[in-house]
Design a protein around this ligand. Sequence first.
Ligand code: GLN
Length: 481
Amino acid sequence: MSLTSLSIAELQAQFRSGAASPVEAIDALEARIAALDGRIHGYLSRDFATARALAEKADISLPLGGVPIAIKDVINVKGEPCTAASKILLGYTSTYDATVISKLRAAGAIPFGRCNLDEFAMGSSTENSAFGRTMNPWDFSRVPGGSSGGSAAVVAADEAFAALGSDTGGSIRQPAALCGCVGLKPTYGRVSRFGLIAFASSLDQIGPFTKTVRDAGLLTNVIAGRDTMDSTSLDVPVEDATALLGQDLKGVKLGMPREYFISGIDPQVDAAVRAACKHYESLGAEIVEVSLPHTEHAVSVYYVIATAEASANLARFDGVRYGHRAQTENLLEMYARSRAEGFGPEVKRRIILGTYVLSSGYYDAYYLRAQKVRTLIRQDFTKAFEQVDAIICPTSPEPAFKAGDRSDDPMKMYLADIFTIACNLAGTCGVSLPCGFATTDGVRLPIGVQLIGQPWKEARLLQIAHAYEQSTGWHKERPAL
Ligand code: GLN
């Protein structure tokens, strides 16, 4: 078994026994990436010289000592490029570490490479990257999901032990499902976003992509916690997210929301998720039906709120402070042309839509109303959580789709997140984990089951996920590369 196929926990065991060293882990990754990434294109940049220097003096007694971690290219790592997969940030070098990066470093981890994504995290397929799409490791003609498609693909292809991504409407969970790995979106406020290039600030959250549920807990333990540099990170005690792993599921109640098991879902996805529910019953959990009645409005509400916030957040890319600047003598023309040349079509579409819903005369009809419906969606979850410990549903309505299938139909692309968006609007935590395979055109494609947990109950959520993972073993399947 090659080193790169190991989980974080397994790699750490090798370090401790002396069977492998952090430098060997970096060497193995470098070789694997050199052999594969030309075909997968999960990375936009990587820096093995710095990584090796850190590995040489790694302290393996630290919580993530010597463990290399790949980073979505929307999180600042001092001295490295950070492009958000946009031409507008080409040539920009980060001047500071995001809080999650400082925390990783303090725990001994080694950030070593930057993963591809949809430009400014806007998309569900990684086809909106200005630097070319990422291939799904299970079938190169298909997308890895998005927006964190690079992070998901490199973990699934054993080109990384684990990666960080960001999730605004599903960008961790949906690509994790389509690539066959574990993806956790922590509760809003659990992880500091200081140093994350903001997309929609009331929704964005950073979280891990891993090969196992335990690893997702290990990474969450390191990156979680109140940060004075991000006023939305809350001062809630950081519980050990791995504390409940291995406990049985007696007395655990899971809710199947009737609005999430609808016609239109791929029949193989529907069957796999229903089978997962049956499996949970065999593990001692009780499955009940719940209702999240405002589900049908989630996608519309999201595309009003997320675009409104994006239009404000992206105003800072004006050719003055960062990246691309159009060559002209006239100041106003410089702003306009820098943005026109630097942003891709999906980003422009969202800035225009967001500016529209915030403009006077339309604000009340769109933005304010969306905020009210958001409250109703949040209350749906609060009510459901009075009955159940977690909600169980598909992560994505279908397995990985073909590249090019959706790219000229934004509405079709937006529906890829139909099952993940409400969790962000409600601000709670959710995880996707492998639950089987679909066979499409003779290719095996992973399917993900999503568990949505109560706010701040990541430990409970991972306990529930882990029990399934360990008793099924889907997570051990790897693409033949
Ligand atoms: N696919 C959704 C969008 O395009 C979600 C993206 C995300 O979570 N960053 O906005």
